[in-house]
Write a protein that binds this ligand. Structure first.
Ligand code: 5GP
Length: 179
């Protein structure tokens, strides 16, 4: 069944079952990879809050979790957009970090953020993203755990928004074809 979010129509893309099954698989893999390492998960707000919750529930090795918000603004540097994080209080030194992201599109957000995280000297940093648009990737980025690859259509639901709306669903929708 299609849904309307503000002025746009979205059609079903991933069902609740498909999402939960894939998250279970990711959690099994991550739990095995991080056995005995006591990793710290960092969820990126707002979009990843549902994914982070469901993933973390299924992690079976002792782990901690924290959430941050990335704020991007136009800086005066030559790089243009500057991304800073707010809300990170943990000591990251020598920690194994797993970033939980909702979707990686061009990769700009993550590739700008990772260097600032590296300055806090964690033992390792890996990225776990629910969705990835491989064709849109413009910035060099290694994605360690990917839920689903998508063809580049704009998606909403399960925490992902269109102008703030559309987050509140158990499934994910993609924008309807306009012709
Ligand atoms: P990137 O920096 O990789 O180009 O973009 C990443 C961010 O853009 C995501 O964290 C998300 O907030 C937003 N984004 C990219 N594609 C989509 C999409 O299809 N739907 C929604 N709701 N947000 C998206």
């Amino acid at each position: 069944m299609s849904i309307q979010v503000l002025d746009k129509t979205f059609v079903p893309y991933l069902s609740e079952q498909e999402i939960q099954d894939r998250i279970n698989q990711l959690a099994i893999q991550i739990s095995a990879d991080y056995e005995g390492k006591n990793p710290l998960f960092i969820g990126i707000l707002n979009g990843s809050f549902m994914f982070a919750s469901d993933l973390f529930k299924n992690i079976t090795t002792p782990s901690t979790i924290s959430f941050i918000k990335l704020v991007s603004y136009k800086g005066t540097t030559s790089t243009g957009t500057v991304i800073t994080s707010i809300g990170l209080e943990e000591n990251l030194q020598d920690k194994d970090i797993i970033i939980i992201e909702d979707i990686v599109d061009t990769g700009k957000t993550m590739s700008t953020f990772i260097p600032s995280l590296q300055q806090l000297q964690p033992a390792s940093i890996r990225i776990c993203t629910l969705l990835h648009k491989p064709d849109a990737l413009q910035f060099p980025l290694r994605l360690d755990y990917v839920g689903f690859n998508n063809q580049g259509k704009f998606v909403v639901g399960y925490g992902l928004d269109y102008d703030g709306y559309g987050r509140n669903s158990r499934e994910i929708f993609q924008i309807a074809q306009t012709s």
